[in-house]
Design a binder for this molecule. Structure first.
Ligand SMILES: *Cc1c(COP(=O)(O)O)cnc(C)c1O
Length: 354
């Protein structure tokens, strides 16, 4: 799909496509390291400590991906044969290749949601903590903030807190897939610790808007993280001198958090550029963070993606008629304006074609 001509590329497929900055590479090169399977990598230990503190938890575990952190985090709360509840478009349900079931023997039950927005009533309707001898019992609820396939949706804090109370009253665990929790925090002004303390387990990603090449951290109680260390090694994902990578995450914490506001502004610029030509194609009030979902109308999203790619704009289909643009460290607001016009032009041309 990448254009072969000399058209400059504006890559809005995901915020995972960023490349480490020179300063980040410098921090990686300079990092003190050791064997992390022996717990001897000081840079990894520092990252785990810092993230756990920031999220209001006792301990952290550095993992190679957000999927791994979610798979381990959910497993800490759910025994095989029990279920985790999540919304119908959750990353854990759609994008983790069935790992929770295939590797850990647990099932998922999903509730509907509008743009991924959490609604305690939807959870309360299906939660089944003690389902008895004939039905599967709920062991955990997992939510996403911001919500990826929902379009970067920031979860309302009162709903997150209401589900926390429901989980506590039901004796059910509560997991946060916080791949983009920093985006939520920057957009809402709510501290990540205030979000983090609502949950039993939280994962956050450094390879998204924060711009590190890889890595996520899972936080929980010290006891849970000791178990998590075993689960990670069992999955073949214990790692050795991972401090060179953890250094990138530490650098991102110091330098790339506040600037997420620029990504949010760039997303709005993109959305405005699309809406300037085709008002119906984006829901402007749904643009809260760094993700914009474009409605391709009667056109197949994959086909529109190909046409905009030929003009140097890369976007990812997230549904049969939905395309996603994600802003990040490696694109400017000006490029987003250009990209928005290209997308709108491609969609408008189709409308005027006889
Ligand atoms: C990206 C992402 C993850 C983790 O993805 P990896 O590619 O496994 O790092 C988890 N949850 C959400 C919502 C994400 O967007």
């Amino acid at each position: 799909m990448t254009p072969t001509s000399a058209v400059p590329v504006i890559d809005l497929r995901s915020d995972t496509v960023t490349r480490p900055t020179e300063a980040m590479r410098g921090a990686m090169l300079a990092a003190p390291v050791g064997d992390d399977v022996y717990g001897e990598d000081p840079t990894v230990t520092e990252l785990e400590r810092r993230v756990a503190d920031a999220l209001g938890h006792q301990a952290g575990l550095y993992c190679v991906t957000g999927s791994l952190a979610n798979v381990i985090g959910v497993r800490l709360l759910v025994e095989p044969g029990r279920e985790v509840l999540c919304d119908v478009s959750a990353h854990i349900a759609r994008a983790e290749m069935g790992a929770h079931a295939a590797l850990h023997g647990l099932t998922m039950r999903t509730y509907g949601s509008e743009r991924g927005l959490l609604d305690v009533d939807q959870v309360a309707k299906i939660i089944a903590p003690d389902a008895g001898p004939y039905l599967v019992s709920t062991a955990a609820v997992a939510v996403e903030n911001t919500h990826n396939f929902g379009g970067g949706t920031v979860q309302p804090f009162d709903q997150l807190a209401a589900v926390a109370r429901l989980c506590r009253d039901s004796g059910v665990g509560y997991h946060l897939d916080g791949a983009r929790l920093f985006n939520a925090s920057v957009a809402s002004g709510i501290d990540i610790g205030d979000y983090g303390r609502l949950f039993d387990t939280v994962s956050v990603c450094f390879s998204k808007g924060l711009g590190a090449p890889v890595g996520s951290v899972l936080v929980s109680t010290a006891e849970n993280i000791a178990r998590a260390r075993v689960l990670r090694k069992r999955l073949g994902a214990g790692w050795r001198q991972a401090g060179m990578l953890a250094a990138a995450a530490l650098h991102a914490l110091d330098h790339h958090v506040e600037r997420l506001a620029e990504d949010h502004r760039a997303a709005r610029v993109f959305a405005d550029a699309v809406a300037g030509v085709l008002p119906g194609a984006v829901a402007l009030d749904a643009v809260q963070t760094n993700i914009v979902v474009v409605d391709t109308g009667r056109r197949a999203a994959a086909e529109v993606a190909q046409q905009v790619a030929a003009r140097g704009v890369l976007m990812a289909p997230v549904g049969p008629r939905r395309l996603r643009a994600v802003t990040h460290l490696d694109v400017t607001a000006e490029q987003c304006d250009t990209a928005g016009r290209v997308v709108a032009d491609v969609l408008a041309e189709a409308l005027t074609r006889p």
